[in-house]
Structures are given as C-alpha cells and as structure tokens.
Design a binder for this molecule. Sequence first.
Ligand SMILES: Nc1nc2c(ncn2[C@@H]2O[C@H](COP(=O)(O)OP(=O)(O)OP(=O)(O)O)[C@@H](O)[C@H]2O)c(=O)[nH]1
Ligand SMILES: [Mg+2]
Length: 674
Amino acid sequence: MALKDIRNVTICGHGGTGKTSLVEQMMSRGGAISKAESIESGRTVSDFHEDEIKHQISIYASLVNLPWKGVKINILDTPGSSDFVGEVVSSFRVAETAVVVISASAGIQVETIKLWRRLDNRKKPRVIFVNKMDQNRADFRKSLDDIRTTFKVTAIPLNLPLDGDASRILNILHMKSSGPEGKKIEAYSDATGETETWREKLIEMAAEGDDELTEKFFDNGTLENSDILKGLREGLADNTFVPVLYGSAAIGSGIQDLLDILVELCPPPGCEDEPLESGESLPYHDSKPFSGFVYKTSIDKFSGKISYMKVVRGMLKPSEFINTRIGKKERITKIFQVNGKSLYETPELKTGDLGAITKLDSVLTNDTIVAAGDIRYKSLALPIPVHAMAIDTEVKSDENKMNDFLHRIAEQDLTFTIKFDEETKETIVSGMGEMHVNNIFEKLLHESKIQVQTRKPKVPYRETITKGAEAEYTHKKQSGGHGQYGKVYIRIRPLQRGEEFELANDIKGGAISKGYLPGIEKGLREAMTEGFLAGYPMVDIGVSVYDGKEHPVDSSEMAFKLAAKMALKKAYESAGPVILEPLVSLTIFVEDQYLGEILSDLSVKRARVQDQNPVGGGIQCVKAIVPQGELLTYAIDMKALTSGTGAYELEFSHYDMVRGKVAQDIIAASQDSK
Ligand SMILES: Nc1nc2c(ncn2[C@@H]2O[C@H](COP(=O)(O)OP(=O)(O)OP(=O)(O)O)[C@@H](O)[C@H]2O)c(=O)[nH]1
Ligand SMILES: [Mg+2]
C-alpha cells in the first residue's frame, strides 16, 4: 500500500448534524460493517463509549477505517460540541482532508463557522456534505448560497438531489443517478438543463487553475473526465474551490458520491510535509527509518493504555523504538488497526497510515517515536481550557484517589487540567465547558464512586501601590536575658506591571551589618506574599533599604526580619495601596438574535468591548477585555443567554487596578473569610 492508497479524513461540524450517522453509512457502504446502526440504538461503531451512548452525542474523536476502490480510508468521527473541540483539533493534525457536515434544515451553525476558521488557519482542503436532505425544509439552492456567502468560497455541487428529492441523487461529476442505500435508479432526463449548467461550471472550474487544462478547454470547449478530475484535485488541494455534496445519512443517499470523491479528488498523506518542533518539516517517505507521531492517548478497560499514531516515515513493525522526548527505549510488540472500540492486530502500519499501539508506558500524546535519530514532530496546538472550578471530595479520605483519577484523565485529555493553586489553596480543574467537566465528574462517580463538590474558584487578586512612600520601624523587645533589636528605614515605589519585586541595598556606612541583610530580605519577601489590604500577594513594588540601626548584643536576623516586615506595612499604608484583578480577553461567537443580550450582559460584567464583527452565516464575533472574576460561571451564563448556541474562548490578558465599590467588596469579603 503506497501513500496514494490511503486517505485520512476528519468528519467535523456543528453538533447533531449527522456526522456519526454518516460515518456509519460510509462504513456500511464500504463493507466494513454489515448494517448502518442508528444513534438511538447505541450500537454505532464510532460512538462506542458509555458516556456517548448515554448522552447520544459524540464526545471523543473515534478512528474507523474502510476500504473503497482499493484505497484505505481512515476516518476520524469528531464531536460537534465545543466542549470537546480538543478532540477535533487533534484530528485536524493527522487528516489531510476535512469533511464539513452541515444540516440542510438547520443551516450553517456557530460551531461549524468556528471550525471553518480553524481549518482556514491550517489551509486544510475541505469537502462539504450537506446532510439531512430528506427533511422538509431542505433546499439545496439555498444551502449553496449560504455556503458561498458565509465562507466566501467558490463552492460547486458535485451531486444534486433531483427535484429536491433526497432519494434521487444525480452525480454531476460522472452523470449517474442513485437512490437510497446507493441503489441504482433510472437515468435522469433533465428538461430544465440545470444539471448541465452545473456540470459546465464544474468543468470551467477544473480548467481554471492549470494552464495546460485551460488551453485544452479553450481548444475543445470541454474537458475529458480524467482532466476534470485532475483540475478539481488541484483546486481542492490549493483551497481554490470547495466541492459540495448533498445526501442523507438517514436514508443512505449521497454516501457513495462522498466516498468516490475522497478517493478521486482528496489528497493522500504526504501532500504536505510534517512539521517539526524545530520549525522545519520533514517529507513523508516510505523507505526511510521509521518515525511516527502520537496524536492521542486513551485508557480502555480491556486494552489498557492505547497510543494512537500516524506513521510519517518508514514502516512500523514490532521492534524496539525510542521515545525522543525522554530518550527512552520502548518495545512495541503489537500493532493495531482501529475500528471504534475494536482493535485488530496487524503486522505493520505503512507510511501515512493511522493505527494504535497498546501498553507503551512512557509514551504520551505529542511524543515522537523513532527507529533512529532525534527528531520531534510539532506538538498539537490545542485550545486553552476556559471553564475553571474549585473542587473537593465529599469524603475527605477520597482526596488522593480523586487526584490520581483526574490526573490520569488530564494525561489523556489535554484540554482538561487539574492543579493545586498555592495562592488560593484550592484544587482547580479546568475544561472547555460545563458539559466537558461534568462528564469527567460523572466518570469519576461511575468508575471510582467518588462524589465531588464544586465551587467557583477564588479569583487570584493581587495588591500593589500607586505612589512612593517611606517608613522606619524599630523592632525592640526586652524580656529578660537577650533582648531583640533591629531598626530599618525603607523607601518603596511602584514598579511596572509584571516586574514583581525589586530590592536595593542603599545602606551607607555600614549602619546595618551584612549578616542581617538576609533577615531583612526574608522579612520583605514574606510580607509580599500576603498584602496588608486584603491578604492577597503584593506585586510590582520596589524596596530600597537606606538606613538602620543595630545593637551589639540584642540584634539578630530574626529581629531585622520582623522590623523589615513592619516597615513595609507602614510604608505600604501611605503608598496608596490598591487591589489588582486579572483581566482576560474574551472572544464570543453568537447568533445575531442574541447579540443584544450578550452585549448588555457584558456591560454588567464591566467588560470593555473592543471589536464586534459579523463573520457570516448570521454569526457575530465579539471581542472584549473582561475581569476574570466576572466570568467564573460564563459557560453557564452563555448557555442561558443564547439557548446553548453561543460559544467563547478565553485567554489571560493582564492585571489591572480595581476601583470603587468592587474594590471595597473584595476587601470586605477578605475580612469576612478571616
Ligand atoms: N432526518 C435525518 N436525521 C438525521 C440524519 N442524519 C442524522 N440524523 C439524526 O440526527 C441526530 C444526530 O445524529 P448524529 O449522527 O449523532 O450527529 P453528529 O453530528 O454525529 O452529532 P455529534 O457527534 O454529537 O456532534 C440523530 O438523531 C440522527 O438520527 C439525516 O440525514 N436525516
Ligand atoms: Mg457524532
């Protein structure tokens, strides 16, 4: 099997557009399964996890494969919910083509628009499959217009439902008709000439990007089918056109057309070089020593740890390999082809192919495995988790077990993180949304019988000063025996945001001995960790110690430590202390109809809206800078404000001063919790 005999395809699109049902149909048509099962039956090949069956949605990107016309098609069936977008993004990395599924009746939806932008950034060739053409509201002309205006692409249909009937599909690339389940139907005679018009457009499109084909087209007024395919193949690879197919996964129509196109038009692996961590890239090559990239890790009840791999160079056969992240040798004894939950042992995986290996102890997602050499393929560029919460176990003694479980999940799912926040003393988990995090808690309860309690995380406020000040403090105690004595003079000044802390020794004439200076530094640093206004860490303060006094017998490091701490407190109080709050940059995608609600909610949340633009398909993109403390439950607010259709992304921006009542409330809350 050469590179040209493999296709790696990701199936993506908004939730519920019928991706999993479509994959089921494709597998059945390719003979990989005997019958396409429905989502409702819970028996589809790609939605095999217990949580997927329970909720009747895809949660993980499943790998399946099927043969079609001598080609092995690997398919990654991805979830549509933005909560699981990490799975989609990792599938983009290993697939050369994306099939974007749109529901004919629902139109182009927000998640599809977001995915399209991600695919644009990667210049990934795309095929659009307009599904659910069996439904009443389906209208192929309208959906084609929507695609063109929303994505601003040259979209050309390669098949059409005749008279709007999804059970009668005409393939205009090969001019043949088919019915439900791909059954042959009578040849279609088109009195309107519409299909001919589309075919002519298709041929013009094929001729356009290639000088040789353009010439042939002008000479003959048309092109032979092999030339049409060549031209379209080039246009698809260069993203100059997007083929659109119509069909229905419910009645099994248009499926064969899709499979044909994947084989005839879509690029095989190796059309693009594989990027390396170093910034360079390596071409795919079948006669080089083996190297492969681990794009996903999962843990299965039966097989244990499964590492999913794409072979970039050479061939993977059982042998000893090196994990280049840690330079550790790993023995691979068994290699598998994957169809959902079924792993089939295979003697080898060829260049460009996708498959799995079990029980690779040292191997994590993003690792590179090689036969020889020291390369590392570029890591997946995954989105940052946006929804954070503080958690505790209901029963205190379950804490270690919960931590182990959640760390194991975080190892498999890189869009889920768990960490102990030293500053707020809380265990914080973060994910892509409420559904994502709740699904993990459900698993924890189901598999380990551990119930967690969740809270809004504390906001990591900081304190700082707004002007310079000076103070002196004498720490003096006489309580029998040795006394304690230390006197320090300090000046403090505000630093730039992010400079944290600076200490200058400006003591003249040895007023304080060198041996006491570490005590002074310790005192100041200790004080910086707990501000005098509300107990939050102090930042961006420069301290100059410029004078002091010591006692020949009673002075000690400890005495100077306490003196420095108290001097800082005195100076701080007259240096205009303020609370700083973290701000995040928020990007929102929302349908036009909910824009007003979202904007008025943002103004309540003290947001500064920076940008607001329509991005096509009736979707608006809003960018704003918002205090993190206002967004602690934004996943829930967003759902309520937009009937579950809105989506957002977050990124830390900077710290800024809090004023007025909000600042007073933060200070009052800190007093209450003492
Ligand atoms: N009428 C009709 N219903 C369909 C069609 N394709 C899928 N459905 C139904 O739409 C629902 C969602 O189908 P799925 O295949 O789970 O959709 P999905 O895109 O995989 O969903 P997620 O993975 O959760 O994003 C199910 O109830 C399907 O039976 C279709 O062509 N026509
Ligand atoms: Mg699905």
